[in-house]
Design a protein around this ligand. Structure first.
Ligand code: EPZ
Length: 433
């Protein structure tokens, strides 16, 4: 398994281009299932999770064509101009097998589109992952309310639309908690249902809005995306479209956090600050100077960051996907930070690895108390999940000496050209077998 070797203790400086958003691309790939006509997506990030989703769609009978730059675009260049054309006219196998779903929970996003388009679906339960049980009960509750017969047997969700001609019917849905992929699954299913669907307590994440924009371009009738009430008026069929995937706000926040912790000044292009208010506010509280341009962000770090407390919450509040990165920042900040994780039940596994680097962190349930130290010392650490890995990279950039991060396949799921981009920012990073 690959490892990442980082020679830390150096400030960052330089410029990199941000890639398309993983968490927008994944549901957008599934939207192709809703029509017989080609869906073209541009700015698709070259990530392992994207590859997994494309394999999952292909084994269902979807034709996938990759166009554009391909390969590893040089860091800092007009990065992933990758384009993917999906043609689901030949969809003949509405099944998502365990072998693929177990490696990527987001596979559950095929459930809604398959029931809507094919009238049935057999999707392996995603199973938990390192950060939590990750149930899909709200996805099932919503589809059931829309007239699907759903059973869970032998680790698979079996769903069948019972309406005449195997069509779902519009319904008023309420999710017990804010769920991003739950909202996305139900919104996609509702596009082809008979009648109007209202999703209350809907997720307001920008990736939900990006998906809604693409669905509308495909002929769906959706209003309210980005608010907590989304209305979808079902139509007979959707048509093809071309959609550019929004920039990855979590990749953007991760590099900003890295510079805040390691020191220096960086510029991120092909991105926007529009979806990062909560994160940018915290970086400014930490003492960073932030420059906002039309599609770029600059950050100048202070000599030493000030500790910032955070509490994760659904968008537009502070995103859980940035919690681990800010824990790393706080390990060398001036003061003590209180970090409260309210979304997932087990998302502090990076803490014990950060402690190996010399951090002072106390965990009490879903709250972490981080007392900043003047420096960290390099060590060998192990990645456990995608954002925890990012947090270890940040700590490795800050720590004196060498840090070796094991199991970095987690990183490859969500960060495109990571070493190349970090090297473009002046970091001494190399991938070792
Ligand atoms: C999405 O996961 C993201 N993944 C996650 O990013 C992100 O952390 C999360 O939203 C929260 O923002 C994608 O978009 C592909 P949820 P999702 O459903 O949709 C509970 C990353 O690092 N819940 O919003 O799976 C759930 O257990 C990944 O890129 C139920 O109980 O998260 C959690 O506690 C990690 N029942 C909370 O709701 C359900 O049916 C929020 O989960 C659904 C969710």
């Amino acid at each position: 398994m690959d490892k990442l070797l980082i020679e830390g203790g150096r400030p960052l400086s330089g410029e990199v281009a941000i890639s398309g958003a993983k968490n927008a691309a994944l549901p957008l790939l599934c939207a192709a299932l809703l029509t017989k006509e080609p869906l073209t997506l541009t700015n698709v990030p070259a990530l392992n999770d994207i590859g997994t989703m494309l394999r999952l769609l292909e084994q269902m009978g979807v034709k996938v064509e990759k166009v554009g730059a391909g390969g590893t675009a040089a860091a800092g260049s007009a990065a992933s101009t990758d384009t993917v054309v999906l043609d689901a006219s030949g969809l003949d196998n509405p099944v998502a097998p365990y072998e693929l779903v177990k490696t990527m929970r987001a596979s559950v996003l095929v459930l809604g589109p398959l029931v809507a388009r094919a009238g049935e679906a057999k999707v392996s339960l995603p199973g938990g992952c390192a950060i939590g049980a990750r149930p899909v009960d709200q996805h099932i509750k919503g589809l059931t309310a829309m007239g699907a017969e759903v059973s869970v047997e032998h680790g698979y969700v079996h769903a069948k639309a019972l309406g005449e001609k195997g069509r779902l019917k519009g319904a008023r849905l309420f999710t017990d908690m804010v769920t991003v992929t739950g909202t996305e699954n139900l919104m996609m299913a509702a596009c082809l249902a008979d009648g109007e669907t209202v999703i209350e307590n809907a997720a307001r994440e920008p990736e939900v809005v990006d998906l809604a924009n693409c669905l509308v371009a495909m002929g769906a009738q959706i209003s309210g995306a980005g608010t907590d009430v989304i209305r979808i008026r079902g139509v007979e069929r959707l048509h093809g479209a071309t959609h550019r995937i929004m920039p990855d706000r979590i990749e953007t926040g991760t590099y900003l956090c890295a510079a805040a912790a390691a020191g220096g000044q960086i510029r991120l292009t092909r991105t926007s600050s529009a979806y990062l208010d909560a994160v940018i506010d915290k970086l400014m509280d930490a003492g960073c100077d932030i420059g906002i341009e039309r599609d770029a962000i600059t950050l100048k770090a202070p000599a030493r960051p000030t500790a910032v407390s955070i509490r994760t919450s659904p968008y537009p509040a502070f995103p859980t996907d940035m919690q681990a990165q800010f824990m790393a920042l706080n390990t060398v900040a001036d003061g003590t930070a209180v970090i409260r994780e309210t979304i997932f039940e087990n998302r502090f596994m990076h803490a014990v690895e950060l402690i190996r680097l010399g951090a002072d962190i106390k965990i009490d349930g879903n709250t972490a108390f981080v007392t900043g130290k003047p420096k960290l010392d390099g060590a060998t650490v192990m990645a456990t999940d995608l954002r925890a890995s990012a947090s270890l990279v940040i700590a490795g950039l800050v720590a004196q000496g060498e840090t070796l991060i094991e199991r970095i396949y987690h990183l490859d799921r969500g960060y495109e050209n990571l070493e190349q981009k970090l090297a473009a920012l002046g970091a001494k990073v190399s991938r070792v077998k």
